[in-house]
Design a protein around this ligand. Structure first.
Ligand code: GLA
Length: 411
C-alpha cells in the first residue's frame, strides 16, 4: 500500500467511533471448527479420515445436518490452520494444498452452502500461520478479496509471526478490507491473546469496533484441566472483560471439546453450561461421526443453547464460590417489571465421591424478584419448581459436574 493511502487509512481508523456494523453475530456464532480435534494432520495416506482435507469438511457438513446439529443452531463449518499450500500462486493469491483440496476452496464453500450451512476459513495476520503456512501480511487487500470471491462467511485471523504492537492497526485494516468487499463475513480476531502474552494493554473499544469475536486466552486442549483453567481466567478477569461482550461482539473462551476423549459426561455438561453463561461462541471441535449419543444430547440441549443465544447478549459472571462449588450467573430474558430472569450454574470442582448437598436462599444469590422464580434444571427432565423469597433452593452436585438452572422471573 502506498504511503498516502496508509496515512488516509490511519486517519479513518482514528476518526471512526462506530461499532462494527456488518450486522453479523448478533448472538454468539455457533458451528464447528477443526483445530482442537484435528490439529495439523496432513498425512492423508495414513489418516484418510482425519487429515485436513476437503473430505473432512464435506463429511462434517453432512453430519451437521444429518445428526441434527444444524436444526438446533450450529451453522458455520470452519477450516483452521494447515489448509494452505506452502506458497502463493503466480498472481500472489492464496491457494489451498492441491492434494488435500483438489477441488479448491470455492467448490468446498459451495458444497457447505448447498447444505444450508455457512463456511469459514483461517488465516494469520503475520508473515506465517502458527503452523508455518503463508500469512496475510503484505497481502491484506488481495486476501480479503480472495475470501469474498470464494464466498467465505467467517474469517478467523490468528496472530502468530506478527509484531503485537502493529495489531491495533493491522487487524482493523484487514477488517476494513473485508467490509470493502461487500460480502458480510464474521471477523474473529486473535489479537488480545497475543498482546496480553506480550504484556500490552488490550484496547477493547477498538476490538468491538472491528471484530465480531476475539480470543482472550490460550488454546483449549482436550482435558478437564484445560476447561477449568479457562474458567479461572474468565472469572479472574471478568471485571475487565465481561462487559465488552454484546450483540455483534463477543469474548471467545475457545472451542467446545465435548464428544472427544478428555471430558466425562458430567464435565461436558459443565463446559456447555459455563460457555452458555459466558455468551461464548459455540464452536464444536470434535469428530461428528464419533460423538456418543449422551454427549450429542449435551451439545444439542436446546435449553442450554437458548441461554447461550439469549438476545440481551449479557455475558454472565462467576458470582461466588461455596465449599469449592462455583456459582455462575447470567441475566437473561424474559425481563418483567425491570427484573431479569437468570441462568444459574453450580459447578463442582470437588473430587470427593458423593453428590454434594448445598442450599441457597434467593437473597444469597442476589435474585431479588419479589414474586420469586420458576426454576428448571436444564440437564434433567421434568424438574421444574417455584422458589419464592422465603424458600430455599436445595440440590446436590456430582463431583466435577453441574446443576444448571434457568430461573424465570414470575410476574
Ligand atoms: C493458534 C490458535 C489455535 C489454532 C492454531 C493453529 O494456536 O490459537 O486456535 O488456530 O494456532 O495453528
Amino acid at each position: 500500500m502506498a504511503g498516502i493511502e496508509l496515512l488516509l487509512l490511519s486517519l479513518i481508523l482514528a476518526e471512526t467511533s462506530v461499532a462494527l456494523d456488518n450486522g453479523l453475530a448478533l448472538t454468539p456464532p455457533m458451528g464447528w471448527l477443526a483445530w482442537q480435534r484435528f490439529r495439523c494432520v496432513i498425512d492423508c495416506t495414513n489418516y484418510p479420515d482425519e487429515c485436513i482435507s476437503e473430505q473432512l469438511f464435506k463429511r462434517t457438513a453432512d453430519l451437521m445436518v444429518s445428526e441434527g446439529y444444524a436444526d438446533v443452531g450450529y451453522e458455520y463449518v470452519i477450516i483452521d490452520d494447515c489448509w494452505l499450500a506452502s506458497s502463493r500462486d503466480a498472481y500472489g493469491r492464496l491457494q489451498p494444498d492441491p492434494d488435500r483440496f483438489p477441488s479448491g476452496i470455492k467448490a468446498l464453500a459451495d458444497y457447505v452452502h448447498s447444505k444450508g450451512l455457512k463456511f469459514g476459513i483461517y488465516e494469520d495476520y503475520g508473515t506465517n500461520t502458527c503452523a508455518g503456512y503463508p500469512g496475510i501480511l503484505g497481502h491484506l487487500e488481495t486476501d480479503a478479496q480472495t475470501f469474498a470471491d470464494w464466498e467465505v462467511d467467517y474469517v478467523k485471523l490468528d496472530g502468530c509471526y506478527a509484531d503485537t504492537k502493529d495489531m491495533n492497526e493491522g487487524y482493523p485494516e484487514f477488517g476494513m478490507y473485508l467490509n470493502a468487499t461487500g460480502r458480510p463475513m464474521v471477523y474473529s480476531c486473535s489479537w488480545p491473546v497475543y498482546q496480553e502474552q506480550d504484556g500490552l494493554p488490550v484496547n477493547f473499544e477498538l476490538l468491538k469496533q472491528y471484530c465480531n469475536l476475539w480470543r482472550n486466552y490460550g488454546d483449549i486442549d482436550d482435558s478437564w484441566n484445560s476447561v477449568t483453567s479457562i474458567m479461572s481466567y474468565f472469572s479472574s478477569n471478568q471485571d475487565r472483560i465481561a462487559h465488552h461482550a454484546g450483540p455483534g461482539h463477543w469474548n471467545d473462551p475457545d472451542m467446545l471439546i465435548i464428544g472427544n476423549y478428555g471430558l466425562s459426561l458430567e464435565q461436558s455438561k459443565v463446559q456447555m453450561a459455563v460457555w452458555a453463561i459466558l455468551a461464548s461462541p459455540l464452536l464444536m471441535s470434535n469428530d461428528l461421526s464419533a460423538v456418543e449419543p449422551q454427549f450429542k444430547a449435551v451439545l444439542q440441549n436446546t435449553d442450554a443453547i437458548a441461554i447461550n443465544q439469549d438476545p440481551l447478549g449479557i455475558q454472565g459472571r462467576r458470582y461466588g464460590k461455596k465449599q469449592n462449588i462455583e456459582i455462575w450467573i447470567r441475566p437473561i430474558t424474559p425481563v418483567v417489571n425491570e427484573q431479569y430472569s437468570y441462568a444459574v450454574a453450580f459447578v463442582s470442582l470437588r473430587t470427593d465421591g458423593i453428590p454434594y448437598p448445598l442450599q441457597f436462599t434467593l437473597q444469597e444469590l442476589n435474585l431479588n424478584n419479589p414474586n420469586g422464580y420458576t426454576f428448571q434444571e436444564l440437564f434433567s427432565s421434568n424438574d421444574t419448581f417455584i422458589i419464592s423469597q422465603n424458600d430455599t433452593l436445595q440440590f446436590r452436585v456430582v463431583p466435577t459436574g453441574v446443576k444448571f438452572y434457568r430461573a424465570t422471573v414470575i410476574e
